[in-house]
Design a binder for this molecule. Structure first.
Ligand SMILES: [Zn+2]
Length: 118
């Protein structure tokens, strides 16, 4: 259950990144970038997130996902290109020495929480 694990890490990172004066209950929205290479199903991730957010103390939090295209660079000719599938072949020269520049990993980009009272 890939998405459950990701939902748990998002909630854990949110808690860690939250300034001390904010309670986890005050979190309203969490923005996350998801690389295409992680093959996350957005609907499943949001479903899992909603299912466990209360147990992480953030019942009011909503998850917003942004899908990040996979950007690669060919080690042979230096061409940079985006891919839809994990097929690492340079479309320019056919080289197979391809480095992934972007599109891997889950990244927390923004948290919206209610201002603490007082
Ligand atoms: Zn190339």
């Amino acid at each position: 259950m890939h998405e459950l694990y990701i939902a748990e890490s998002i909630l854990a990172s949110t808690r860690e990144s939250l300034p001390a004066e904010f309670l986890p209950e005050s979190v309203r929205q969490i923005w996350v970038q998801v690389g295409r290479l992680d093959a996350v199903v957005p609907e499943t991730l949001i479903f899992m997130f909603d299912a466990i957010k209360s147990s992480h103390g953030m019942p009011g939090a909503e998850l917003s996902l942004e899908s990040i295209e996979v950007l690669c660079r060919c080690g042979e000719c230096g061409n940079e290109f985006e891919i839809d599938l994990p097929m690492f072949i340079c479309p320019e020269c056919g080289g197979g020495q391809v480095e992934v520049l972007r599109g891997r990993g889950i990244k927390l980009t923004r948290i919206n929480a209610e201002e603490p009272e007082g």
